[in-house]
Write a protein that binds this ligand. Structure first.
Ligand code: MOS
Length: 694
């Protein structure tokens, strides 16, 4: 059903869906501009060192080749805020896969051949890419990502642990993970005089424009960044990547429009990855099951290029009441590619470990894991002492248990078998913070009775065009089909990125306010509107970013049923069920798709996804989809997502929380806990591949 009526919450279909499936929607590499050429980057083949010579003669002699850029001849950039963008500026090689040259040619095939013909010599230095919990260079940073303090401590966590009658002291390991969106990173750039036009695959075009302006010394109003269609990002497109910088450089150098479409095998080294995390958890409880101490300490890696600290101990500051707690992050800077954002950074690996350890505590206590969680629900946010704006974790657990049939479960491990298959079920909780950022939107009423909403939002596959039209139609009190949305263009009013599950809340708030103002203006008018219509604009700066006296988070509960083949060690998921409390759900269809997408990503994390750092080469071994296994359709069973309606007035005018990431939080733990229930064995290192399980 396409929208009839306003119905915020209605399952309106994606407005660009037809264009996407028929090929009409153009992605960043698909703009067939006259004279367009293609560029292919050359990755470093050593893990640490410097370039001593680049011989481009053979490459330049190949057919169709226009140029080869290196650190010696590439345009100079202003120093970027993000040092991963300082490409071809100096001879240093901070990790394997770092770009050392760029070949530009008429066709993608000619560019690839030219890139392969570039000869690079290096002075090689010793490298270290191996993360260990006791690495001598591990240190405690000031902050983990997103500005969270690296360490929080209250009460006497060590004393509480020493004196507790029931204890769990365990280590968990999450390997490096890769984002691998369907559309690899790509950009097309062209200069028209002193104007720069860029099509790029990014989660936020406003930020790309600002970054390019700073790097190339241009005023922002001479740059247009088009992000009309983006084939996923999962965080890896949350910041500009080398492809866009290289495309702009090559376009300036050759005077032609240039496309840089990164081959998938380059992605792990240059677009970020989820850093591996080594977890140590100590849970102390009384015989009644109440936590007396909770300690979550993590060690992770970053690159020599910049400090990036996966904030994996942060969710332990939100989840459970414990009078004593320590949560801390340590990091080691290694000669590895720079990690970055990947769906639910921090919460996803952190909750995998925490929710697995809570399951271990339930086993140690002989308590039902649903009841143990309910018992340890905090009155206020443990870390800040703030009241929650709303928290319905207990309701999610209860509703999930009811729908899943949890009461039919025999709690004894290894109690259920079907021939060679061991069958088990597991549960885990989910949490994700409510984030919102300032944005600007314009709403216009046209004389034909239709409305246009303009905001530089980005649709990374989520359905942003559709849900923003719903917000506008609801605010204006008009049918959905009378509202058109314009997004994905930096000439539109500036907006925040599609990240941190904050897009809809941030853009929707601005859209809501612009529409409210417009309604006010229209109220005083009589007669026909002028041809250009009547417009109103709203900017949420100072409000969307204001501190809240409330702790604001979404919560959820995951349930999973697995079979473990006792002959092959193969784990299959039979069914997954999630129940979420994420404020008001604005579009039932696209929300469900976000939830089950996140849950599917958790399934991959639990069973198949994992990357290995090769100590000899200093690079990820699994760099394409043939070796890095994401779930295929046959791996994904019945996945159900449900939600509990929350009426939370302390969020934004729509009352929504973010939904893009929470499905990915805790789902791997529910599967791991089900594997323990099936087998009676705890596996504390992901993924649960047959070689580990057998
Ligand atoms: Mo998401 S990792 O915040 O794009």
């Amino acid at each position: 059903m396409t929208g009839t009526g306003t119905a915020l919450g209605a399952p309106a279909v994606r407005r660009e869906g037809r264009r996407k499936v028929t090929g009409g929607a153009r992605y960043a590499a698909e703009h067939p501009l006259a004279d367009r050429v293609h560029a292919r980057p050359v990755p470093a083949t050593v893990a640490r060192g410097r370039v001593t010579a680049v011989d481009t003669a053979a490459a330049l002699a190949l057919p169709g080749v226009l140029a080869v850029l290196t650190h010696e001849n590439a345009p100079r950039l202003a120093e970027p805020d993000d040092p991963t963008l300082a490409v071809l500026q100096d001879p240093g090689v901070p990790h394997r896969g770092w770009y050392v040259a760029l070949a530009v040619a008429r066709t993608p095939e000619e560019a690839r051949a030219a890139a392969a013909a570039v000869r690079v010599e290096y002075a090689v230095e010793e490298h270290d890419v191996t993360l260990t919990a006791d690495h001598p260079e591990a240190y405690e940073p000031e902050t983990a990502n997103a500005g969270y303090p690296a360490r929080r401590e209250y009460g006497d966590p060590d004393g509480a642990f020493a004196s507790a009658p029931v204890r769990v002291d365990v280590t968990y390991r999450v390997p490096p993970l890769h984002n691998h969106p369907m559309e690899p990173h790509a950009s097309t750039a062209r200069w028209e005089g002193d104007r720069l036009l860029v099509h790029t695959s990014s989660q936020g075009g406003t930020a790309v424009r600002a970054t390019l302006a700073a790097l190339f010394g241009l005023p922002e109003d001479r740059i247009t960044v088009d992000t009309a269609h983006v084939g996923g990002g999962f965080g890896s497109k949350g910041t500009p990547r080398p492809d866009v910088v290289l495309a702009v450089m090559a376009a300036r150098e050759t005077g032609r429009p240039v496309t840089v479409a990164l081959p998938r095998r380059h992605l792990p080294a240059v677009v970020g990855h989820r850093a591996p995390t080594l977890h140590r958890l100590r849970l102390a409880a009384g015989a009644d099951g109440r936590l007396t101490g909770l300690t979550h300490e993590i060690v992770t890696h970053s690159s020599r290029v910049k400090e990036f600290v996966e904030q994996a101990a942060v969710p332990a500051r939100v989840m459970y009441a414990a009078p004593s707690s320590r949560t801390l992050h340590r990091v080691v800077r290694l000669d590895v590619p720079t990690p970055s954002w990947m769906r639910a950074p921090g919460e996803c690996p952190g909750m995998y470990a925490l929710e697995s350890a809570v399951d271990e505590l339930a086993t140690a206590l002989g308590t039902d894991p649903v009841e143990l969680r309910v018992l340890n629900e905090p009155e206020r946010e443990p870390d800040s002492g703030k009241p929650f704006s709303s928290r319905h974790l207990t309701e999610c657990l209860r509703e999930g248990a009811r729908r899943f049939g949890w009461d039919r479960r025999d709690p004894r491990p290894r109690s259920r078998a079907e021939g060679p298959l061991l069958v088990g079920t597991g549960v885990a909780a989910a949490t994700y913070p409510v984030l919102v950022r300032p944005s600007t939107a314009e709403a216009r009423a046209l004389p034909d009775g239709t409305f246009v909403v303009r905001v530089n939002a980005t649709d990374i596959g989520t359905g942003a065009r559709t849900v923003l039209a719903q917000v506008a139609a609801d605010t204006l009190g008009v049918p959905l089909e009378r509202v058109r949305t314009e997004i994905g263009d930096s000439d539109l009013p500036p907006a925040s990125l599609a990240g941190g599950s904050s897009g809809t809340a941030s853009w929707g708030w601005a859209v809501h306010d612009a529409c409210t103002r417009l309604t006010g203006r229209l109220g005083g008018l009589t007669g026909r509107l002028p041809d250009e219509g009547i417009a109103a604009r709203a900017d949420t700066a100072g409000r969307a970013d204001a501190d809240s006296p409330y702790a604001r988070h979404a919560f959820g509960a995951h349930f999973a049923e697995v079979t473990v083949d006792s002959v092959t060690g193969e784990v299959r998921v039979r069914r997954m069920l999630g129940v979420f409390a994420a404020g008001r759900i604005l579009n039932a269809r696209t929300a469900r798709s976000q939830f089950i997408g996140g849950m599917t990503m958790g399934l991959g994390m639990a069973l198949t996804e994992g990357s290995t750092m090769d100590p000899a080469f200093g690079d990820f071994t699994e760099s394409d989809l043939a070796s890095y296994h994401v779930p295929a359709h046959a791996d994904v069973p019945a996945v159900e997502a449900h939600w509990i309606d929350e009426d939370d007035t302390r969020l934004n005018p729509m009352g929504s929380k973010g939904i893009g990431e929470i499905g990915n939080v805790g789902s791997a733990a529910a599967i791991g806990n089900a594997v323990h229930h099936a087998t009676g064995v705890r596996f504390r290192e992901l993924p649960l591949t047959p070689d580990k399980v057998l």
